[in-house]
Design a protein around this ligand. Structure first.
Ligand SMILES: NC(=O)c1ccc[n+]([C@@H]2O[C@H](COP(=O)([O-])OP(=O)(O)OC[C@H]3O[C@@H](n4cnc5c(N)ncnc54)[C@H](O)[C@@H]3O)[C@@H](O)[C@H]2O)c1
Length: 350
């Protein structure tokens, strides 16, 4: 198969897990041996067909380093899962813009190297897809990188909760540039939002009337620090809207993040509470806790998104690719029930 040539924006924890995962699964041949992947082959593509050809960051412990080294540099704190050989991809400096907030300024050290001409680098390296893995507070920075992708004729994947694929104006611009777009806010493999929606759907299908429910989490990655300062409200809005859509009736729903706990490292603890009534209005309550490591939780979904975007590129598709957005993102351009999203995606990739 031809390689899928991607550029990474933000060499943080997610990028680290993605690169380590490419190494981990590179020699895996049988579906049954590939624990942790949803699809070993997707559209005929194996994870080893994904090649990172460019990468961008602003931290001086990452800029100018080979990507294999940069992914393990502080303040990244996701676990080491694989030995990654030299990749011969040097991390370029991007413009900081709003990539760092008041809290993350304490942990990110901005490099004084000069900024790269990204459009030229993307073209020189034949990059096909730009993947936005910036901190969620980097709204202007996300938009700046989306502009670069447009100008270089690359597809764009927005893993952050900034509104790009779900914004009509951006959608139209990618359509006009005849290049595909996917987003916004990646869904995790074992994600609290999906877990919450699935539980609510199960209860509602069984005739339970859920009246109140919340899902709150604490994490120790840089992203949780940024969320605490800058994106708590937007994350709460996106997650709550997504969870509400799982119930066929109105209930009081809150879903969001609560705090940053540094010693958790890249771990995330999510708490669920559900209250409702069942037969003869008898009350029921449920308390659950889910513990995951954040960045590896994005790996399998990112593998699927990248390969599905390549299918879209090969089919000359443009603008938001709805089956990918619905399957892999919390805020797609159109709200879609989980089962419909699954069906749309499996039809698309087959
Ligand atoms: N499971 C997951 O981890 C998951 C799931 C869904 C969405 N996301 C989203 O993915 C994004 C990345 O998450 P993460 O945990 O890797 O974050 P992170 O904070 O570990 O990494 C962000 C990286 O971006 C760099 N950066 C900051 N400003 C920049 C700029 N202007 N240009 C280039 N680089 C810049 C930082 O130095 C850092 O290396 C977040 O927006 C998060 O919400 C992650």
């Amino acid at each position: 198969m031809p390689k899928i040539r991607v550029a990474l924006v933000g060499v943080g924890n997610c990028a680290s897990a993605l690169i380590q995962g490419l190494q981990w699964y590179s020699n895996c041949e049988k579906e049954e041996d590939c624990i942790g992947l949803r699809h070993l082959f997707l559209g005929g593509f194996h994870p080893r067909d994904i090649e990172v050809v460019a990468a961008y960051d602003i931290d001086n412990r990452k800029v100018g380093k080979d990507l294999s080294e940069a992914i393990f540099a502080e303040p990244n704190n996701t676990p080491k899962l694989a030995n990654v050989p030299t990749l011969n991809v040097i991390v370029h400096k991007g413009p900081p813009l709003d990539g760092l907030g008041e809290y993350t300024k304490r942990v990110i050290r901005v490099s004084n190297q000069s900024e790269d001409n990204m459009i030229r680098t993307l073209k020189e390296n034949d990059a096909e897809i730009v993947i936005n893995l910036l901190p969620s507070g980097g709204t202007k920075a996300s938009q700046w990188y989306a502009e670069q992708a447009l100008a270089a004729g690359c597809g764009f994947v927005n893993a952050t909760p900034n509104f790009i694929a779900s914004e009509e104006a951006w959608a139209r611009r990618f359509e006009m540039a005849e290049t595909p777009l996917a987003g916004d806010d990646l869904i995790d493999q074992v994600g609290a939002t999906t877990m919450h929606k699935t539980l609510l759907r199960l209860l509602a299908t069984n005739g339970v009337r859920v009246t109140q429910t919340y899902q709150l989490d604490v994490g120790g990655g840089n992203e949780s620090l940024d969320t605490l300062e800058r994106t708590k409200d937007i994350k709460r809005a996106v997650k709550t809207e997504s969870v509400e859509s799982a119930l066929p009736y109105k209930a009081e729903v809150v879903a969001g993040s609560t705090d940053y706990v540094d010693f958790l490292q890249n771990r995330r603890d999510s708490y669920f509470w559900i209250k409702g009534t069942h037969f003869c209005n008898v009350p029921m309550q449920m308390d659950l806790k889910l513990s995951t490591v954040d960045a590896p939780n994005a790996g399998s979904v990112l593998f699927d998104v990248i390969r599905a975007m390549k299918i879209a590129i090969d089919k000359n598709m443009k603008g938001p690719i709805l089956p990918i957005c619905a399957y892999a993102f919390k805020r797609p351009p159109q709200k879609t029930p989980l089962e419909t999203a699954e069906k749309m995606f499996s039809d698309f990739i087959s």
